[in-house]
Design a protein around this ligand. Structure first.
Ligand code: IPE
Ligand code: IPE
Ligand code: MG
Length: 236
């Protein structure tokens, strides 16, 4: 059995601080991102080994396009590299990959790699690994509203049938439990448009460590702290 009193079903992580890590080590920002991928590998593996149901990682926001083209290019290249090098092991570990976000807004190679990863692991029953790429929480909610409106306009549903459950079914996170634990590294205390709808009752943690330094000890600390939080969901 696990050493944890109570594990979250769904962990979400805003992997922040790669840029500051690179600066601190006098390295190019792309190297910070590369180092960040190493941290991500071990957190994915550990989540799978611990039997956590779902892990959602914020890899690239709709706002991140504002960055220097060179940095965006480096991130896109890393994305391809990540899927090429990890997909065999993830598939072997029974991990089911889902991309949260608008894949159509990505370069063709990246788009195809993400679709391939999703298709290949679709039937896997282990860790549900959600990677948010070209993702924005508000855009996700707007998209869901539009999908519901289309169904209503077509007469498939009535406006009064729309409820929280039907809304949740139109989100990228369809069929996943709400986020239980939201971790953002690097000391920043904001959501930056990540999983706005799904975090209604999430527990938040803001470790000051920069993402490339977020190791298993730091992850375990967050999981232990989660176990001692009292969650009331509005009750007494
Ligand atoms: C997070 O690290 C990774 C991405 C946004 C892709 P940052 O690049 O935002 O790192 P800081 O915030 O500049 O340190
Ligand atoms: C959020 O981090 C996005 C990812 C970690 C992918 P940012 O670094 O982009 O967020 P802000 O700009 O500090 O809010
Ligand atoms: Mg940042």
């Amino acid at each position: 059995m696990s050493e944890f009193a109570k594990l979250p079903r769904h962990v979400a992580i805003i992997m922040d601080g790669n840029g500051r890590w690179a600066k601190k080590h006098k390295l190019k920002v792309a190297l910070g991102h590369r180092k960040g991928v190493e941290a991500l590998r071990s957190i994915i593996r550990e989540s799978s080994d611990l039997g956590i149901e779902a892990l959602s990682l914020y890899a690239f926001s709709t706002e991140n396009w504002k960055r220097d083209p060179q940095e965006v290019e480096a991130l896109m290249a890393l994305m391809l590299e990540f899927f090429a090098s990890e997909i065999d092991e993830l598939d072997e570990k029974n991990v089911c990959i889902r991309i949260l976000g608008d894949k159509d807004g990505l370069p063709e190679k990246q788009r195809q790699a993400l679709i391939d990863a999703e298709n290949r692991t679709e039937k896997n029953t282990g860790l549900k690994l959600n990677i948010a790429i070209n993702y924005g929480g508000r855009a996700e909610i707007v998209r869901a509203a539009r999908l519901l409106a289309e169904k209503a306009a077509a007469g498939v549903i009535r406006p009064e049938d729309i409820d929280e459950a039907s809304m949740a079914r139109e989100l990228y996170t369809k069929d996943l439990p709400d986020v239980d634990l939201m971790i953002r590294t690097s000391g920043e205390m904001r959501l930056s448009n990540f999983l706005l709808y799904q975090c209604a009752y999430a527990e938040f943690m803001f470790p000051t460590v920069l993402w490339p330094d977020f190791d298993l000890a730091a992850y375990h600390e967050a999981l232990h702290a989660f176990g001692s939080r009292e969650r009331r969901f509005g009750g007494r």
